[in-house]
Design a protein around this ligand. Structure first.
Ligand SMILES: Cc1cc2nc3c(=O)[nH]c(=O)nc-3n(C[C@H](O)[C@H](O)[C@H](O)COP(=O)(O)OP(=O)(O)OC[C@H]3O[C@@H](n4cnc5c(N)ncnc54)[C@H](O)[C@@H]3O)c2cc1C
Ligand SMILES: NC(=O)c1ccc[n+]([C@@H]2O[C@H](COP(=O)([O-])OP(=O)(O)OC[C@H]3O[C@@H](n4cnc5c(N)ncnc54)[C@H](O)[C@@H]3O)[C@@H](O)[C@H]2O)c1
Length: 466
């Protein structure tokens, strides 16, 4: 057994842990990291964001190839297998691992391989895969252990036809039909991926609408386009049981419906990775979803222990986790810090969705007088040229002050386009105004031009009222 001593110990090397470790190293703290996976990058790189977004990118290319006559005539439309698409998509993972490994090496942050568990609030044991045990002492500790798919006890995840969002990345055949239970972000993204590959998809939603946190118009558009791509969407359903046999899998719903398919992808919720940490030794406890409570400084109920990333729950995004990791170090060093509560939404369904700020429903219930400006991608030159003409940009702004209150977008590159509006929304002293988009010259033809079209559309409505 070896012993180590650090100023700051980070448990978990995903986005939250890495960002915190880098920020602390640059502030000359002695930093150590414990990571249980053999490679750096976290679940984000190995099971979550990166593999799913690469898969989706490859499927998007396949769809474009299949839908453009010029390519179809050259190559002929050949159906691709899921393992082939997976293989192409997985090429990015080693590149990401290399990048993250370089960050740690360049900043001289030592990574201890193994599972961490608390011995006290300042001492953590790390046990590697060979049973070698080290004890690490640190003045401050960050819990950044992320999350994993939630698995209900009565579903047999060892059955070869039953998958969650981790194990779907190991599926070695191409089912003809698939049931996706859970229509959260993960379910909707995988529904797009499998429909894009030509599978028949049943998407079962436990709520009344898809992604209820979105603006209604965007949620409706997603439902429409998923159905248009062949996905059967069912709302307000609950699972009664799952029967998996060598012939197929049947999902029995409490409404009495029985849905059969070649495979089931269960993606209904996630659980924080805290069960192995022996939190009670540090004076902490997790909630029923394995999450740890923090204050506005990302500090837990024990004042030298911080937590960030998926393990603290909402918003559970890689984007937010990176910022939270940096914020932890700023809070620790009593520097200016930002509690991350304004992360935009970026959902990589087909079509892509992104939004920032308030929805129409939120503004209506808060009785804020607003106007709407819309631009349809099919009416932009760039949309017509690229053939990606499904989509819309919608700007919500205050009817009197013209302050932008929300931006909602779906269609090609929505997750990029949103940031133009976000930058204007964040301007202080009256500079947040929808007029920016009519007083600024945008490149032409670009999708960003949609902002000008939407702003003019909205301002014309305001002028009609006055
Ligand atoms: C399918 C899917 C798609 C997603 N797509 C997006 C997206 O498009 N955009 C987006 O912003 N977010 C997306 N997310 C969410 C994003 O992946 C997570 O929010 C992000 O990974 C959280 O980062 P983290 O640092 O909290 O933890 P993680 O990335 O989960 O990393 C935690 C690390 O801690 C390690 N660890 C756990 N327990 C221990 C222990 N006891 N000892 C030592 N090490 C331990 C784990 O091995 C892991 O490496 C997606 C998630 C999934 C599942
Ligand atoms: N593009 C993106 O930004 C992106 C993509 C994929 C995933 N994600 C992130 O991953 C997270 C998970 O997404 P999701 O689609 O699985 O689910 P979700 O968070 O939408 O949850 C789905 C359902 O499961 C329930 N649930 C959640 N955790 C549970 C638990 N531990 N026990 C029992 N029920 C639980 C929820 O109440 C909900 O009804 C999201 O928070 C999302 O931010 C983001």
């Amino acid at each position: 057994m070896a012993e180590f001593q650090y100023d700051f110990l980070v448990i978990g090397a995903g986005p939250a842990g890495e960002a915190a470790a880098m920020a602390a190293a640059k502030s000359d703290l002695r930093v150590g990291v414990i990571e249980s996976q053999g490679m750096l990058g976290g679940n984000c790189t190995h099971r979550g964001t990166i593999p799913s977004k690469s898969l989706r990118h490859t499927v998007k290319q396949v769809i474009q190839f299949g839908s453009q006559p010029i390519f179809r005539n050259i190559g002929g439309a050949r159906p691709l297998t899921y393992p082939a698409v997976l293989d192409a998509a997985s090429q990015v993972i080693p590149k990401q691992v290399e990048l993250h490994t370089e960050f740690f090496a360049r900043n001289r942050v030592r990574v201890h391989s193994g599972n961490a568990r608390f011995l006290s609030n300042t001492q953590v044991e790390v046990m590697d895969s060979h049973g070698v045990r080290d004890v690490i002492s640190a003045e401050r500790v960050l819990i950044a252990t992320g999350s994993r798919p939630y698995r209900p006890d009565d579903v047999d995840f060892t059955h070869p036809r039953v998958y969650d969002s981790d194990t779907i990345l190991d599926m070695q055949h191409t089912p003809r039909t698939i049931i996706i239970f859970g229509a959260g972000v993960i379910g909707c993204e995988y529904a797009s991926i499998f429909a894009g590959l030509g599978l028949k998809v049943d998407l079962i939603n436990t709520r009344e609408r898809l992604l209820e946190f979105l603006d209604d118009e965007i949620s409706d558009a997603l439902s429409y386009h998923l159905r248009d791509n062949g996905v059967m969407v069912r709302h307000s359903e609950e699972c009664a049981s799952v029967d998996a046999t060598s012939k197929g899998v049947t999902l029995n719903l409490k409404s009495g419906k029985r849905i059969r398919a070649d495979a089931l992808l269960w993606c209904n919720g996630r659980t924080g990775n805290t069960d192995m940490l022996d939190l009670e030794n540090a004076g902490l406890e997790a909630n029923h979803r394995g999450q740890v409570k923090v204050d506005n400084n990302y500090c837990t109920e024990v004042d030298n222990i911080y937590a960030a990333g998926d393990v603290i729950g909402w918003p559970s995004l890689a984007s937010a986790s990176y910022d939270q990791g940096r914020a932890v170090v700023a809070a620790m060093l009593q520097k200016e810090m930002r509690f991350v509560e304004d992360a935009p939404t970026g959902i990589y369904t087909l079509p892509e969705i992104s939004s920032v700020g308030k929805t129409e429903a939120e503004l209506t219930s808060a009785r804020i007088p607003y106007e709407v400006g819309r631009a349809f991608f099919k009416d932009t030159a760039r949309g017509q040229i690229s053939g990606e003409d499904v989509g819309m940009l919608k700007i919500l702004f205050h009817i009197d002050t013209l302050e932008i209150l929300g931006i909602h977008c779906f269609g090609a590159e929505a997750a990029e386009i949103i940031h133009i509006g976000q930058a204007i929304m964040n301007q202080p002293n009256g500079a947040n105004t929808v007029k920016y988009f009519v007083n600024t010259t945008f490149n032409y033809p670009t999708m960003a031009e949609a902002y000008r079209v939407a702003a003019l559309n909205g301002l014309n409505r305001v002028n009609r009222h006055s």
